[in-house]
Ligand binder design. Sequence first.
Ligand SMILES: Cc1cc2nc3c(=O)[nH]c(=O)nc-3n(C[C@H](O)[C@H](O)[C@H](O)COP(=O)(O)O)c2cc1C
Length: 304
Amino acid sequence: MENLKVKIGKLLLKNPVMTASGTFGTGEELEDLLDLNKLGAVVVKGVTLLAREGNPLPRIAETPSGMLNAIGLQNPGIDAFIKEKCPFFLRYKVPFIVNISGYQEKEYGLLAEKLEDVPGVAGLEVNVSCPNVNYSHGRIFAKDPGAVARITRLVRKNTKKTVIVKLSPEISDIKIIARAAEDAGADALSLVNTISGLAVDTVTRKPRLANIIGGLSGPAIKPIGLRCVWQVYNTVKIPIVGMGGICGTEDALEYLIAGASAVAVGTGNFIDPQSTVRIVDGIKKYLKANGLKNVSDLTGSLQV
Ligand SMILES: Cc1cc2nc3c(=O)[nH]c(=O)nc-3n(C[C@H](O)[C@H](O)[C@H](O)COP(=O)(O)O)c2cc1C
């Protein structure tokens, strides 16, 4: 019998396949389409301290082998989120991981504190890398190792839950940022968030997104995600959740082989909301066909 279990911080996941934040709501929107208990974990849409309407429409555009989005972290704010959304988590056995975003460093600490005693919240994914909002004077925290370390320490201080720090590929040396998060107490890293891009409507000569710039996701970014996972795998000891363009089993296997302990499906959910469960089955078949017992044996098995 193949063993698909993986450990991410304190969480023992029954398989390595998760949903990527912002592409799966809280899971409630998709529960009629798949059995959430078949997933390794559900990572829910990003939440901020205060409610946000998000960016003006249009905020999604299809691009070659991918999509651009500039949702702008639309969410009801942490208090309403805890009251209205979190009770749903108790209906399933799967761990729910809440994705948190702040505009100032201290907000991350407050969000962690508010979520600490909420039943059903298994862990936190700390989003320091969203390209669609104007953080702290227009820069994203994920470009600054000092900011990443301070934010990680603040969250670490306020929670005993598993802390996963989500990084951006838009950095000249991702290894420096990964090390900063690990040294500051992160249990795991998520790689990668979207990469900023632009799409133009040649009829109107306007940008296709009202926000002008959006985050590119989907198969177009897979080689970048894989490169980041490989570089970071060779730099840190904590586990990596790999994402960026995973739509099928082959993609997930590539990430595991490059160094990911678990994977997340984002844009792939828009193409096929059941892609996560198909990937779980596909990984199981691959292990069997290759005489492998544990999925963890694949992690970092790239032959170089
Ligand atoms: C519509 C949309 C919304 C997203 N919202 C969030 C978010 O709230 N927080 C976050 O950390 N990442 C967010 N992301 C990034 C994804 O979680 C993921 O890192 C990225 O899309 C790369 O994976 P993919 O190519 O499989 O989509 C969002 C992505 C998309 C497409």
